[in-house]
Ligand binder design. Structure first.
Ligand SMILES: [Zn+2]
Length: 258
């Protein structure tokens, strides 16, 4: 690290848990952020500010006026832009040293698997269950940790899955894809603006802990946050030994899920 970097990240380096070694690990890491919306905005801003070396930002949508109430990567002047280009502009302004790769697509199939394989950790900041399950399958297959967030109305959720740990559940253990709700609902329901900031910021914190090798990542639990009352609860999420994605028969075949 040069003098400018030592200054820029000094408040991290001063932390015993992080130090120069942890900050170096952050700079050496690549993070995939799936979704540049309400959750992806605060997550990406904190990851860029904190000095993650490379951010892959994936989203196939364009910036819409209705996004600006909570999607703080975007501005009125960039309405109509691809979200990933708007996001890249915001992130490069915040920290020019971070390499931001804009993936202007709703990732699936080979493109998703390739992006996941490049990542030290993946943040699921998307708004639909189809992508959530696809991202989970790709992470299990590649053995990459996944930080999953969700925010709808006043209700937020956070969970961390780490396929490198034998007792870690995966997203499918928690939410089997036989119970997928109507995908249209998510796009048309309201959401409390700062709730997306609260959950997205928690996602950034968990991703930094994993990549930086400090703290104790929130693996094996589900955090539920009710922003009406600020009641926060957590429940243990065990691994499902018969999970169709991370179960032993899937691991053996190398083909987790459909
Ligand atoms: Zn599973």
């Amino acid at each position: 690290m040069n003098d400018q970097e030592l200054l820029r990240y000094s408040r991290h380096i001063l932390l015993d848990e992080i130090g120069i070694e942890g900050q170096d690990r952050l700079r050496a890491s690549t993070m995939l952020i799936v979704g540049a919306g309400g959750l992806g905005s605060p997550a990406a801003l904190y990851l860029a500010a904190a000095g993650v070396g490379r951010l892959l930002l994936a989203d196939g949508d364009t910036v819409d006026l209705t996004n600006l109430q909570r999607q703080i990567l975007h501005t009125p002047a960039r309405v109509g832009w691809p979200k990933v280009e708007s996001g890249r502009a915001a992130l490069q302004e915040l920290n020019p040293a971070v390499e931001v790769v804009a993936l202007n697509a709703r990732l699936s199939g080979e493109a998703l698997q390739a992006a996941v394989a490049e990542a030290t950790v993946v943040l699921d900041c998307c708004d639909n269950f189809e992508t959530r399950h696809a991202v989970n399958r790709a992470c299990v297959r590649a053995g990459i940790p996944l930080v999953s967030g969700a925010a709808i109305r006043f209700d937020g959720q956070l969970a961390v899955f780490d396929p490198r740990q034998p007792d870690s559940p995966c997203y499918h253990c928690l939410f089997p894809d036989t119970e997928v709700p109507d995908p249209v609902q998510c796009a048309t329901m309201g959401v409390f603006a700062p709730l997306t900031g609260m959950i997205g910021t928690l996602q950034a914190a968990e991703a930094l802990k994993i990549a930086g090798g400090f703290g104790r990542p929130f693996v094996g639990s589900l955090l539920l946050l009710d922003a009406r009352s600020l009641e926060i609860s957590r429940m243990t999420v065990p691994r499902d030994p018969h999970c169709a994605v991370c179960g032993p028969q899937q691991a053996r075949s190398g083909e987790p899920g459909a």
